[in-house]
Design a protein around this ligand. Sequence first.
Ligand code: SAM
Length: 323
Amino acid sequence: MTSSATPASSQTRLASRVVSGILNIKPVFNVAKGRARRMMVQRASGIGLDWHEEARKLRSRETEAALAPEWEQTLAEVTDPNLVFPDYYLKPFHAYEQGNLGWDPAMEVEVASQTVHAQIWTGRDAPGDPQGDARLRKSYHDVLKAQLPETPQRILDIGCSTGLSSFALQEAFPEAQISGVELSPNFLAIAHYRNQQRVAQGLPNIELHHGVGEATGLPDESFDHVSICLVFHELPQSATMAMLKEARRLLKPGGRCSFMDMNPQAEAYRKMPPVILTLLKSTEPYIDQYFSLDVSRAFELAGFETPTITPHTPRHRVVVGRK
Ligand SMILES: C[S@@+](CC[C@H](N)C(=O)[O-])C[C@H]1O[C@@H](n2cnc3c(N)ncnc32)[C@H](O)[C@@H]1O
């Protein structure tokens, strides 16, 4: 599905096609991938985060072990051994050869999220804001609070990663019961560990499920709200459509599905320097499909009313559709 309101200018589309062609050359792809990663590690230090040290602390669970043995136990506890991974998921993502399926990406995703989001409001050339990630999530939830007619009681977070988006939802909607679904068992193991830490501090429990967002196996009409945060840019359009249909099945009548993700119409993307575009594409295999998706049409085809689309940061938008 492509959009009649395709965001990019013809010049940008041409640049994008040239970049994709270049990235099809494996050695070039590998160089771009390595450079993208080095740039991220460097940016982390710009906001006072030691990338490797943050990952090491999580790996060891504050012990001397390189990988605390408890991780394999947590992994076994959260993994659904019958789950079949969709083919599109078994690709390199974010400069990790194993994509999201491994300890390296799982241990680094929290520091990566803080690093990437540090420059949303400051721009690429200024020092980042260490609170950028928290601010991004808060501004998403502020849009929801302004648009939802009532506070949802049961919220599902599809693609919950290590719990980043679920814990933020819990803080924004303290009365709600939050559930998370995640495809990567390693990410989910960390979500489980973080959740235990939070529960020990008296915070509410999050229900966590190992599952495919397109077919969660959760009961029909069991949620007031389904949130899909920063996931669609990682999916081919066919999976996005399937996930929206699954969200509709899971929602009670009148419930809302929302997603927050990059806004292809944002000037920051339309004017992105080719070098940065190349680095972005080398780590995000489905970004072109996401950028050309007509989201209004996608929601309508999945059975929702025409959604609202609200740009809420210089780079992101919130889309909310009613069942
Ligand atoms: C960029 S991360 C965003 C995570 C989190 N929601 C956040 O706001 O930081 C995308 C997440 O979606 C997960 N994911 C991708 N495809 C999925 C699918 N089909 N079903 C469930 N989770 C999926 C990935 O494993 C990853 O954890």
